[in-house]
Write a protein that binds this ligand. Structure first.
Ligand code: TMP
Length: 210
């Protein structure tokens, strides 16, 4: 079935400010009369939110890296068929907080499973459906993590608790992805004040897609 919608994913290290910017963009698009859904990974629908709880549970210290990668891919599959693809088929704009690039960067690069290996299991999960545009929120791991620590309302999960070295590897993983997918992934400076970040994301989405 033809997809007439627009699929935008948002990526970046912890604390990059994606969620705030996505809500801002969603409101602006709706004011313009666009039909928008905001969703997130891992999660977005009932089964995938349950998988999210298993993956991110602080008690699950013994979780194997491949198990983790497969669970993210499983959550992504269900999210795609149940929510993202139907919305795209109805011509909606889908704004998704994280998608395949998180798996490629966190599991493929930072966990050392291999970007190509993790890409292969994700291709099994999602087939040919890729974002039309991916916005990378560029912020150093130190700056991102300090925002999380200063945000009392946000719960620390199992991946937040990884070492700073791991988060540096995640950042480096994203830099690799920017080289592999220069057309699809576009970087914005996420160290700026939130309103400037949102404005820059807005301009990017508008110039690329609408
Ligand atoms: P978040 O919703 O706070 O971004 O938390 C999700 C965590 O899961 C975050 O640390 C990034 C991580 N993650 C992966 O490692 N791989 C993935 O494929 C996705 C979607 C998220």
């Amino acid at each position: 079935m033809a997809n007439n919608g627009i699929f935008v994913s948002f990526e970046g290290p912890e604390g990059a400010g994606k969620t705030t910017a996505i809500l801002n963009i969603s409101e602006r698009l709706q004011k313009e009369g666009q039909r928008v859904i905001v969703t997130r990974e891992p999660g977005g629908i009932r089964i995938s939110e349950k998988i999210r709880n298993i993956i991110l549970d602080n008690e699950h210290e013994e979780m194997d890296g491949r198990t983790e990668a497969l669970l993210y891919a499983a959550a992504r599959r269900q999210h795609l068929v149940e929510k993202i693809e139907p919305a795209l088929q109805q011509g909606m704009i889908v704004l998704c907080d994280r998608f395949i690039d998180s798996s490629l960067s966190y599991q493929g690069f930072a966990r050392g499973l291999g970007i190509q290996e993790v890409l292969a299991i994700n291709e099994f999960a999602i087939g040919k459906t890729m974002p039309d545009l991916t916005v990378f929120f560029d912020i150093t791991p130190e700056d991102g993590l300090s925002r999380i620590v200063n945000n009392d309302s946000r719960e620390q999960n199992r991946l937040d608790n990884e070492s700073l070295q791991f988060h540096h590897a995640v950042y480096e993983g994203y830099q690799r992805l920017l080289q592999i997918y220069p057309e699809r992934i576009r970087s914005i400076d996420a160290s700026l004040p939130a309103n400037e970040v949102a404005e820059n994301v807005w301009k990017l989405i508008y110039s690329q897609l609408i």
